[in-house]
Design a protein around this ligand. Structure first.
Ligand SMILES: [Zn+2]
Length: 300
């Protein structure tokens, strides 16, 4: 099955509805295995990663998108970032004091919010916030579209944790075409409701086991479906030595020199990919003099 780590867009021509299917395997392993995450957190990060890919394709922009959960309970925060090139990274923090985490999404979140941040290249940052007060993340994202875009949208998210070494995630989205929105926001007008009811029947076994063409045939063989070239999804971290150095400019020089004296170097670890960046006295002097040139970016 070579349809993983790809985003597929399709159009249901006769209904003016667009759709997407994303399936993640390799790209997700770096995210879900970067810490000893409980399965509930792996599932959450998997769903968030799939959702981020779906949103990247639907919210046309060039730049970065971030899905961030700010939780009030077992989950402290969880974040997945992506670029318009479908490079993903993500991290989560949870209450490690808890012996076990709740299974239900609502219990895991406890009055959390989902913040969707879009940072267009050279443009103004946009943020949307939606309460995590529905039984699933997918329904919360549907609610986001209902509030912000006023477009009938359906989101389905899946995770497969049967092999703990290879956590998989998938997502499917259906949305009324925005050009038609004024006339067709009432779902029945477009047949959206019918398409949506069919999408509801898509099982986890099918979404993970069938080729995308077969998934679409299974659901929509009575419709005229146009499937576009897929786009690859990969893991990539945007951290760098110069970005870390930039962050150190906000710390007092004396404090940094003190750390170097005690520990030999200022060490910074990327929370997403665990790359380690080390800075010595010469680096710190240069950073604070404002002429740090990021020599080799990855010393390892
Ligand atoms: Zn990194």
């Amino acid at each position: 099955m070579n349809h993983y780590d790809q985003l597929h867009r399709f159009l249901i021509d006769d209904a003016n509805v667009r759709g997407e299917i994303a399936r993640l395997d390799d790209s997700l392993q770096h995210i879900v295995h970067s810490y000893e995450y409980p399965v509930q957190i792996q599932k959450l990060l998997g769903e968030m990663a799939a959702a981020t890919c779906l949103l990247t394709a639907i919210l046309k922009f060039k730049g970065e998108i971030g899905l961030q959960i700010q939780g009030g309970g077992a989950v402290k925060y969880a974040v997945v970032n992506a670029t318009d090139e479908y490079t993903l990274r993500g991290v989560a923090r949870w209450d490690e004091e808890l012996a076990s985490l709740p299974e239900r999404f609502e219990d895991l979140m406890e009055k959390g919010v989902l913040v969707i941040t879009i940072t267009p290249e050279g443009g103004e940052r946009y943020q949307g916030v939606v309460a995590l007060d529905k039984p699933t993340l997918a329904e919360c994202i549907e609610n986001y579209f209902a509030q912000s875009e006023q477009l009938a949208t359906q989101v389905k998210l899946y995770t497969d944790l049967s092999d703990p070494e290879r956590v998989k995630a998938a997502g499917m989205l259906l949305q009324v075409m925005p050009t038609q929105a004024e006339n067709t926001n009432v779902a029945q007008d477009t047949g959206f409701e019918h398409l949506s009811t069919l999408a509801e029947t898509l099982t986890s076994e099918e979404v993970f086991g069938l080729a995308v063409e077969d998934v679409l045939y299974r659901l929509y063989h009575q419709q005229k479906v146009e499937l576009f070239e897929p786009q690859s999804i990969t893991f990539a971290c945007s951290c760098s030595r110069s970005r870390s150095a930039e962050a150190l400019r906000n710390v007092e020089k004396a404090e940094l020199l003190q750390i170097i004296e005690e520990e030999g170097a200022v060490q910074m670890n990327c929370q997403y990919c665990h790359t380690e960046y080390r800075f010595d006295t010469i680096d710190v002097e240069a950073i604070h003099a404002g002429h740090f040139d990021s020599a080799p970016d990855n010393p390892q």
